[in-house]
Design a protein around this ligand. Structure first.
Ligand SMILES: [Zn+2]
Length: 241
């Protein structure tokens, strides 16, 4: 396998925003834009869209495909859901930085932020050298699913975060650990706010698309049941509102 063979792949060679958007992401009503995306991070977005869409499709009334279910839930038939690479992403900073305009040091924008029902911004992706590419790819995919969880919560009028209280607000009980990056694989945030806990529970519910991912303990069952018993109604709400 020489370098020439890599260059035959048009996506690899051109890494073209337009090709990806027109040939691949448009099926989901998604647009991926900005200068920081590369082949691997675009593939992580696609993996996230497939996982989320196929999980939704299990629940919707119609015999939807993964992409149809995704478009109906996120209302992307008319307006794209944009993944924007933005190193100056205002929301991609610790909450403690929000009151100031500080954008450097500990307030430097990092990772992703769901800015509304049609915009997810990313300032960076986890980049550590001590894990395999597969582990890192899973982490990136999960980061995308977590942000889609925030957008889903916006779509259902914050019913997701409003359902989280009591024991559910704890970490890391119930969240899956391991997977090469320990708690960082299935928990994208360390915050114990209802919003962040919900986005990580959305991630646990979606899992790999075919399998939900929870800790093998009492709280894993509690979190799984919490999501399993509500997602059908929430998906219907998201579609119909
Ligand atoms: Zn979050």
């Amino acid at each position: 396998m020489g370098a020439d063979e890599c260059n035959i792949n048009p996506y690899h060679t051109y890494s073209s925003e337009r090709l990806w958007n027109e040939l691949i992401f448009s099926e989901y009503g998604v647009e991926v834009t900005g200068s920081g995306w590369d082949y691997r991070s675009r593939k992580a977005i696609l993996a996230a869209l497939k996982a989320v869409g196929s999980k939704f499709a299990e629940t919707t009334e119609e015999e939807d495909s993964a992409s149809e279910a995704f478009r109906n839930v996120y209302h992307t038939n008319d307006e794209s859901l944009v993944f924007l690479w933005n190193e100056n992403c205002w929301g991609c900073r610790p909450v403690t930085c929000y009151e100031t305009g500080e954008m450097s040091g500990s307030c430097k924008p990092k990772y992703g932020f769901a800015t509304g029902t049609h915009l997810i911004e990313f300032a960076s992706l986890t980049d550590v050298g001590f894990v395999s590419d597969d582990v890192l790819f899973q982490r990136w995919t999960n980061n995308m699913i977590h942000e889609l969880g925030h957008v889903f919560d916006y779509r259902i009028g914050e019913a997701g975060r409003n359902s989280i209280s009591g024991d559910l607000l704890n970490r890391p009980d119930g969240f899956r650990t391991g997977g090469g990056l320990g708690t960082m694989t299935w928990q994208m945030s360390g915050d114990e706010t209802p919003s962040e806990i919900f986005a990580d529970m959305f991630l646990g519910h979606i899992g790999t698309g075919s399998q939900s991912m929870w800790a093998d303990d009492h709280f894993g069952i509690v979190r799984a049941n919490h999501m399993d018993s509500r997602m059908r109604a929430w998906i219907a709400l998201a579609i119909n509102q």
